[in-house]
Design a protein around this ligand. Structure first.
Ligand code: FAD
Length: 341
């Protein structure tokens, strides 16, 4: 008998709030499609786990984004996120359907839910991953071993972690790490309704009211054009802002700039900030430390301005200006204005 008899497929937790699915769920489904395609001999499917209240009609969207099957738990108890009921429901899904791998977005919700579920079922979990692969050699012997990579040792190294002894192999993965595949509304798939057997419907914690966080300013993860300020641009943040304004873009920053008190933490890009992938990222006075690059290297076009020709940022930039930001930025702004005129 195989070691993990009955365990199959790659499952993705489809996070939603008030019926709006978080993009990370679709990003993970797109990546899971690539993973199953890399091991055709296993005949695996991509399965979405969709939990909430009045959300069954969203299952077709999940299929259109690449799932072959969606397990839906539609229950009033799951209306708002609750650690207790979501953990109960997801644990039962895993026990019933036996996923070989289970992926969750490393969002606030995902970081709360996935470790609880992993602890309940005694599964291995790799948190905050930035890359996932499957060992295609082992797949030839019938094992779909998940290789999960995440930053380690203060972000100076990347470690690849495997969980060969337990199933499912669980991982939380950062939003915006993977592309979302184009939607195919004509895709068909199976929708399975699952009703958990609640041990208790008495909540351990009751929610009196949900207060939406007031987000001041813009969400840098949604910006199409970002102008990033590094320590080298701290003396000319007005120029950085002028450049962003001319391009209808948004300003963001390195951790150095945030720690020096010039910008809000919400604008920090990188390993301990946000992962962004705009169509254009202009790095101004940014050295290109691995922890910063981890959050922006997937931008479509990177333009770097740095006075040090040896700066690491130039190794990932598509285009670079060696020079003082105080001199280069005004010229750039002038050129943009001319191009727009
Ligand atoms: P510096 O490294 O000081 O670089 C400044 C650059 O500006 C230099 O290359 C210099 O040549 C250039 N320069 C100076 N003056 C000028 C000028 N007048 N004109 C043009 N160029 C000029 N960092 C992040 O950004 N995001 C993170 O999420 C993050 N997470 C981290 C997590 C951990 C665990 C650790 C240990 C570090 C993390 N860091 C993070 C910090 C990271 O290692 C770097 O220290 C930081 O990114 C450096 O920021 P910087 O490039 O702005 O500053």
């Amino acid at each position: 008998m195989a070691k993990f008899e009955g365990y199959k497929d790659i499952y993705v937790f489809v996070e939603q709030k008030n019926g709006t699915v978080a993009e990370v769920g679709y990003e993970l489904i797109s990546e899971a499609r690539k993973l199953v395609a890399s091991i055709p001999e296993m005949g695996y499917q991509v399965v979405g786990a969709l939990l909430g209240s009045n959300i069954t009609d969203k299952a077709q969207d999940v299929i259109a984004h690449g799932a072959d099957k969606v397990i839906v738990v539609d229950d009033e108890l799951l209306k708002d996120y609750s650690t207790q009921f979501y953990t109960d429901a997801l644990t039962q899904i895993i026990k019933e359907f036996k996923p070989d791998s289970f992926l969750t977005g490393a969002t606030v919700l995902g970081r709360d839910l996935a470790p609880r579920v992993a602890a309940r079922i005694n599964a291995g979990l790799t948190a905050d991953a930035t890359k996932i692969e499957i060992d295609t050699e082992k797949a030839k012997d019938g094992e779909a071993l998940l290789l999960v990579t995440r930053p380690t040792f203060g972000g100076n190294l990347f470690g690849t972690i495997v969980c060969p002894d337990t199933r499912p192999q669980m991982a939380t993965i950062r939003p915006k790490v993977f592309d979302m595949a184009p939607v195919d509304a004509s895709r068909t798939g199976e929708v399975v309704s699952f009703a958990p057997k609640w041990e208790t419907t008495e909540p351990e914690v009751t929610i009196d009211k949900v207060v939406e966080k007031i987000v001041e300013g813009v969400d840098i993860t949604k910006a199409n054009i970002l102008v990033g300020a590094g320590r080298g641009a701290e003396g000319c943040l007005d120029l950085v802002e002028a450049c962003a304004k001319e391009l209808d873009g948004v300003v963001c920053a390195t951790r150095a700039v945030v720690e020096d008190g010039y910008m809000d933490k919400a604008l920090q890009v990188g390993q301990t900030g946000k992962t962004v992938r705009p169509s254009l990222y202009i790095a101004c006075g940014i050295s290109g430390a691995v922890q910063h690059v981890a959050g922006m290297e997937k931008s479509d076009m990177i333009i770097a301005i740095n006075r040090d020709p040896q700066a690491e940022i130039f190794t990932i930039a598509n285009m670079g200006f060696v020079g003082d930001v105080n001199e280069v930025l005004p010229l750039l702004v002038e050129e943009i204005k001319k191009a727009k005129a």
